[in-house]
Design a protein around this ligand. Structure first.
Ligand code: FAD
Ligand code: NAG
Length: 498
């Protein structure tokens, strides 16, 4: 029996962060690991489903972003879970991956020439990558990404053309899916340089088992019964006095079940923390952490899947993109609706960027929508949303578009244990400082009131706690290992038996 054998750890949340933390601890010889998951399934923001027959549909994460230095990519490759011809997948359209096989339509029904679209998208990509590559002037430091992009575009010859402006608005709307934001005016321009894109392609695809296969791999490394689903944690009591309690932390479930442990690793999404952190921790979280939870952005991205009986788009078409005369991203329209003037709820569908074809599903399209419009859509039923999508497809393309046989949407903004899709840096926020404040374990070394207490009582993992890989699955996975390692190191001086 090694010194770790009696150590009790609860992990809150069975997403990639929670499962990688649990798996890492088990591998290091820890024997009392309990994962508590609020939902009825493990996986969190990984949600692989089969609504249209045998083949998978991903309602959450879809791609592995980058290969080099990406432990999740390596795990997937080692287990043979990647798509064979990974890297050449041609099933999506986001800025930066523009293919000539995307059909861009204007509101008038005119199809835009490929070179006109490509010119504007290439410009957009160029100025955006300056922001990601920390090449901005000091004068941009307080600016939003939207403000910076508008300014650059206005100075370019492309900005003089009406059509160019419309395509540029499409690019901005599409970029919102990467930032999970209502608008790029809510995202900081300079802070984006802290996001680190790993080499090896942004869109690596998983095989027929999808992301669930990775979740299953992690679950297989845990003892049976280690993960309890339908166990929402209601409150976490820490800094308990040692004379009266055998363990410093008590984790209480909503149903009354209580776990007394040495360490708890909290991996709940930032969206959940924004709504619930105040009521969840006793004593309350330190100011640095509470303000990180408040100041970092957590936005919504949703997908709308439409299954048709028959394919109505040409064989070479990988996506149908919608270019509005004036979209919700248009700054004047945006400011107007902010002030309560126009009701964006009536035109929520204008936020749909377009519809992409879907791997393994020749008769399915996937629409993308973000921000407050996505939140609004979550309150509508499938029939209403399907009708809106068909109206758009008919009026923009002029094609004979049949009624969809099936409609399925994600509703990440209204999932009570997620409350959004992923993290972004708002203007004026020191994102690295806030990500790190969110990651710091309790008690904080600087906190005099708790300095005599046991270390590492409450630890934090999850996508939002990584200053460079936030928003990603590998970010989540890496933070789980990071927090497990802190606990392993705490007992590491004494030799563990394995
Ligand atoms: C639509 C969409 C598309 C995406 N696409 C990609 C992509 O292509 N590539 C990519 O890398 N990333 C993508 N992401 C992001 C990626 O899915 C996440 O960054 C990652 O899965 C987060 O993992 P996590 O463990 O940090 O959090 P989660 O997976 O959210 O896990 C946290 C868990 O905590 C649980 N929980 C919350 N509150 C409680 C409580 N009180 N008690 C117990 N349990 C609780 C939740 O139910 C959840 O299961 C996408 C996300 C979305 C929503
Ligand atoms: C989170 O907060 C919301 C709003 O206050 C509340 O309805 C919900 O029950 C809380 N969830 C948990 C698990 O405590």
């Amino acid at each position: 029996m090694g010194p770790s054998s009696g150590v009790k750890v609860v992990v809150v949340g069975a997403g990639l962060a929670g499962l990688s933390a649990a798996s890492t601890l088990v591998k290091a010889g820890f024997q009392h690991i309990q994962v508590l998951e609020a939902m009825s399934r493990p996986g969190g923001r990984v949600h692989t489903t089969r609504p249209f027959g045998q083949d998978i549909i991903e309602l959450g994460a879809n791609w592995i972003h980058g290969q080099e230095g990406n432990p999740l990519f390596h795990l997937a490759r080692e287990r043979g879970l990647l798509l064979e011809e990974s890297g050449s997948a041609k099933t999506m359209c986001l800025p930066g991956s523009l293919t000539p096989n995307n059909y861009f339509f204007e509101e008038s029904g005119r199809q835009l020439p490929v070179d006109e679209v490509d010119q504007v998208c290439a410009f957009f990509r160029g100025v955006t990558s300056k922001a990601f590559g920390s090449e901005l002037e000091p004068s941009h430091s307080a600016q939003s990404l939207g403000g910076y992009l508008d300014q650059e575009f206005a100075q370019s010859p492309l900005g003089a053309s009406k059509v160019g402006q419309r395509i540029f608005e499409w690019c901005k709307r599409s970029e919102c899916t990467d930032e999970a934001s209502s608008s790029l005016y809510e995202v900081s321009a300079v802070q984006l340089c802290h996001y680190v894109a790993l080499e090896g392609g942004f869109f690596n695809c998983l095989g027929p088992g999808g992301y669930q296969a990775l979740v299953d791999t992690l679950l297989d490394s845990l003892a049976p019964g280690s993960v309890l689903c339908d166990r929402p944690v209601h409150s976490i009591h820490w800094a308990l006095e040692e004379e009266r309690h055998a363990h410093p932390v008590s984790v209480r479930c909503r149903a009354g079940q209580c776990f007394n442990v040495d360490h708890v690793i909290v991996t709940v999404p930032l969206g959940f923390l924004k709504e619930n952190a105040t009521a969840m921790f006793e004593p309350a979280l330190p100011v640095s952490k509470a303000s990180a939870i408040e100041s970092l952005g957590f936005g919504t991205v949703d997908k709308i899947y439409l299954r048709f009986e028959k394919r109505f788009w040409p064989d070479d078409c990988d996506g149908i993109q919608l270019v509005w005369d004036a979209g919700p991203e248009d700054e004047k329209v945006y400011r107007y609706s902010q002030s309560g003037g126009g009701d964006w709820r009536d035109t929520w569908y204008k936020k749909i960027c377009g519809f992409d074809t879907v791997a393994r599903h020749p008769t399915v399209l996937c629409g993308w929508i973000t921000g407050r419009e996505a939140q609004h859509m979550a309150g509508l039923d499938e029939k209403t949303v399907g009708e809106a999508c068909v109206r758009l497809l008919r009026s923009f393309t002029g094609w004979l578009v049949p009624e969809p046989a099936q409609v399925l949407m994600s509703r990440w903004g209204s999932e009570p244990f997620v409350r959004g899709s992923y993290t972004y840096p708002p203007p004026g926020v020191d994102a690295v400082r806030e990500h790190n404040a969110l990651a710091a374990p309790l008690p904080l070394p600087s906190d005099a009131a708790h300095s005599q207490e046991k270390p590492l009582q409450v630890l934090f993992a999850g996508e939002a706690t990584h200053a460079n890989f936030y928003t990603t699955t590998h970010g989540a996975y890496i933070t789980g290992i990071r927090e497990a390692q802190r606990i392993i190191d705490l007992y590491g001086d004494k030799k563990l038996d394995s």
